[in-house]
Design a protein around this ligand. Structure first.
Ligand SMILES: Nc1ncnc2c1ncn2[C@@H]1O[C@H](COP(=O)(O)OP(=O)(O)OP(=O)(O)O)[C@@H](O)[C@H]1O
Length: 241
């Protein structure tokens, strides 16, 4: 008897979306296993953000199959949480701890328990000591760490990340990439991560999807994890096709 193949966490077939008659996501097929870290790279306007929004159920698709854990995605769902590029994702009128614990307010009644959980993810994202700071008193990198902590606090099964480190300087970006990789290993969450940065994709992911004009045109299996010059050259060439 052979092993029963595990069904993918995310299953996409023929996924399509148009705006004003322009096809933006064009018959995309994709399967992502639980725990995988998948990056999407592609030129500006090729449909990366639209694909993430479709997967999260934030916008309706025009056609195709889109299933998360065997269920058709028709609207936003708790198991998938989005993190954006912008530094203003945190509520400015709440402290870091109040921001991170916010998604628990509907599900965890005891405020002490909420704070304990928030503290766990604040520590995981290396923000200990800043619990009572307001976002206005945090740097861009710290705000992104906070946004990731808040995304993780409900233990979502999938993170949808739209260039979360895109506005950071090189050094801050590097340190966040390393902390986020550790967090990914600790939590086992599945990640779909959009980036413009080929090196970033090679540092972070198991698999890199190259998108062009709404289609996934190439897939790079990133077994070695690391930006070798050959890998960078290969993906850069694919991006220009
Ligand atoms: N709500 C919308 N209404 C109309 N057109 C849209 C909408 N959202 C996206 N588009 C168009 O769809 C195309 C793909 O946009 P999308 O944001 O998905 O690309 P992207 O690859 O994420 O680009 P970037 O890297 O610049 O963020 C673009 O031409 C964009 O103008």
């Amino acid at each position: 008897m052979g092993d029963v193949p595990m069904s993918p966490l995310l299953k996409i077939e023929g996924l399509t979306k148009s705006y004003d008659g322009m096809v933006v996501v064009d018959h995309v097929d994709l399967e992502v296993d639980a725990g995988e870290f998948v990056c999407i790279v592609g030129p500006s306007g090729c449909g990366k953000t639209t694909l993430l929004n479709l997967v999260g159920g934030f916008i309706p698709r025009d056609g195709g199959l889109l299933e998360f854990d065997g269920r058709s995605v028709e609207k936003p769902f708790k198991e998938a949480v989005m993190v954006f590029q912008e530094f203003d994702q945190l509520f400015p009128w709440r402290t870091l701890e109040q921001n991170v614990s916010f998604p628990l307010e509907g599900s965890v009644k005891d405020p002490l328990q909420r704070n304990k959980l928030a503290g766990h993810y604040i520590a995981m994202m290396k923000l200990e000591g800043y619990e009572n700071h307001y976002p206005g008193a945090l740097s861009g990198g710290m705000k992104q760490r906070g946004a990731i902590a808040r995304a993780l606090v409900t233990s979502p099964r999938m993170l949808l990340m739209d260039e979360p480190f895109g506005s950071l300087d090189a050094q801050t970006k590097q340190s966040l990439q390393q902390s986020f990789l550790q967090v990914w290993e600790q939590t086992g969450t599945t990640v779909l991560f959009v980036t413009h940065d080929v090196r970033e994709a090679l540092i972070l992911s198991d698999r890199i999807l190259v998108m062009n004009r709404g289609k996934i045109t190439k897939i790079y299996q990133n077994e070695k994890k690391g930006p070798t010059e050959e890998a960078v050259a290969q993906i850069t060439e694919w991006l220009s096709l």
